[in-house]
Design a protein around this ligand. Sequence first.
Ligand code: F6P
Length: 362
Amino acid sequence: MKIKKIGILTGGGDCPGLNAVIRGITKKSIFEYNLKVIGIIDGFSGLLSRNIKRLKVEDVSGILSLGGTILGTSNIANPFRVPINDGGKLKFEDHSEGVLDYYKRLKLDALFCIGGDGTLTIAHRLVKMGINIIGIPKTIDNDIFETDVTFGFDSAVETIARATDTLHSTAMSHHRVMILEVMGRNAGWLALYGGLAGGGDIILIPEIPYNIDNICEKVKQRNLHGKRFSIIVISEGARPIRGRKVIKRIVKKSTDPVRYGGIGIKLGRDIERRTGLETRVTILGHLQRSGSPTAFDRILGSRFGTDALDLALKGEFGNMVALKGETISSVSLQEVSGRQRLVPLDSSVLISARSVGTSFGD
Ligand code: F6P
């Protein structure tokens, strides 16, 4: 099949490195194959509201170091579940046929969907309707199946590591327990990597429900041995052994409506009540998704972009680019959609963290 015209969209929450992918696809398409490139605005919203723009080399020049996405994104838009206000009541309609019509009208030969599990699951359904899609995995959470890592993760880890590091000085001065709550949804990758890199004393992840007695014992022991402060990095999706995750809000229109947040505050209260040690909580929030990508994410994003184009040129639609070791390979969207990659309990990083004395609250 000869490819002449391609589309690119970024869906779901943004993350550093998206622009490297857009740049990679666009530049290679134009420089090496003289293709027409169309940017879809605000993820699947652009396909529903028919909002697009032509991308030329000058549009993607100078964007490598920019955070976010020059195309805009949405973590609500889903062609199979379009929210409609029906006399004050929220209901959902399937507009996927409209998206298929628009794709045909645009005469796109391939569509690149850059997104997390929500976007890739929608992409997989659109593939089954006949749209030529190549998936590109992104998320700071690093929870996508079949790829060693997603771009965005490294940048967010850097932010968490720096925050964990920085908290040490005030923790030491005031002899306090400092808690840093980080993102990651149901996966503990961000807390594990960021906490280890920043020298966190206790790291709490969703995969290992924590025992509050063990945490209190650990901070008390540290005090007894002269370390009169403790730094705890906790995933937003963590929970105590006999407790629940803390939900911050439900975004009804979103494909994945649950937003976690606040477990750090609960933990702070529990530690202070049980140990009498002064405790403060920082919720790092969207700083983790913001700012300029690290060199690693710029390189991975560029490689994903250029290699995704190769997949399209070979006609390997319905697949996603993935990093396996040093190699960019391709995996079926079928294998990826609707699944979450969690931290395995025998993870070598986790074991290494335990070996340097990090507690996981178990
Ligand atoms: O999936 C990325 C992520 O940043 C999660 O870590 C976090 O739980 C969620 O998105 C936050 O979503 P929102 O931007 O809707 O608050």
